[in-house]
Design a protein. Sequence first.
Length: 565
Amino acid sequence: MTELLVAGIVALLVIAGAAVLGPRIGVAAPLVLVTVGIVASLVPWIPTVEVDPEWILAGVLPPLLYSSAVSMPTMNFRREFGAISGLSVVLVVASSLVLGLFFAWAVPDLGLAWGIALGAIVSPTDAVATSIVKQTSVSRRVVAILDGESLLNDATALVLLRTAIVAAGATFSFWGAVGDFAFAVAVAVAIGLVVGWLNLVVRARVANPTVNTALSFAVPFVASIPAESLHASGLVAAVVAGLVTGIRAPRVLPPNHRLSDAQNWGTVEFVLEGAVFLVMGLELASIIGDVQQDHAGVGPALLIALGALVLTVLVRAAYVVPLLFGLTRSAERQARMQDRLQDYRNADRETASAALQEHRLGNRTPSERDLERFGGRVRQMLADIQYFRAAPLGWREGTTVVWAGMRGAVTVAAAQTLPQDTPERSLLVFVAFAVAGFSLLLQGGTIGPLLRRISPPAADRAQADVEERGRLLVVMRAAAESTQADDPTPSTQRTREELEAADPAELRAWLGQEKVRRLRVLDRQRAALLDARDDGTFDAEVLESVLRNLDAEQIALELRGGPAA
């Protein structure tokens, strides 16, 4: 017990040290942790580390993906869903098939089904790429695409792995596999929606922020465990629950609860991610020992892994190039609709009603709610057009998407779930580990300098952010003015001399009234910003920053004491 406690403390210190050291030496912290783990695994007196892969797949990935989904700008996720779903499903399947053929050729007597299983293990990218990309001035569209891909492609790969293992021991049915995949995703989405909604219903009634955050730690497992028990994807369920929480939490939970969530989940995410990469390195010794025992050295396995990595990059590039071309053409088609949509937005009620009625089944007269939803949809489409025009996808973005497709912890964990009777199992596990290691070291070690060289100047983004904040201030000012106009007791300004001369009871009453009035303004401003978020009118990251400032102001105001309602 003491040894485990000491090991845990040392691991925490190493994870924290890597986070401090990495930026100073220009290397991402996950790469530092993998290197430390590899070096430690080769030290004779450090015992062999073997972690049950189910701890990573069922115990670590659901909270990590849930946390990422909560912080994911959902409007950008919706806008980029075509690219995200293609990278998460089509590219994973294509990569698995191509790699399956390669592995079946490179490893004698392996067979195509087991080759595809290993291809599915190697295909999903790791979220570490996004953390590195965010440190550069690359387009935020690329960040959104990579974020979304890392949320969903793990689930596709694990479902495909499960299907390939079944196919290796039984008659394979293509349509049966498609049906299983559709079932796994549909059930997971349904469970995630229900859990995400219930999560907020329950937590909105809990007044204590600490208890509220403790409840949030259970949400990803409440979503993933029932989904897995129904043979659906627990990871997709956790992601959907996180997306629902991220959308609704600012309207349902008070600022101090969301601040507590963000701080505590940030710590959990930091420790779990660091532990996974550290364990990756530590497991090297046992994996090499298995390969040396079952095969003639690791040289041929390393060549297979290097070939597989080259194939993953080539397949990714072959998919990304036409994908970006298609996205550009789609954005151009939408831009041609801008004038017509602008006319709809500026039209009076009668014109909008006639336009909507013309396109409704049976020419039914639209209700007020229909007109309101139509107006919201028009605003959203115009915002989408502006979003795509402001951030076109060119060769820089394509290069980033291709080279940022690194493999990592999921690949290593999934490889260790292969059945014990898998042909050449130790070799396959080592190849998966080597692909992940090569990917992190080669791609992860070069992507930062590459993006700093090809990305546009950071000053361009800074100027755009300043302009965006100015537009947001206009929205907030309008919300504040409307709140004051609706207030039956207008604010009474007091000079410093008047405040000093007032008696304590009068001063407390005035401060209480001003506090209530300011809280009303903050509520109205937050609602206006969230409406703008749902319409997609502003940059998601800038808007989120302004919302955090509102939350901080409200928390500081509430901490002053006195009447709050």
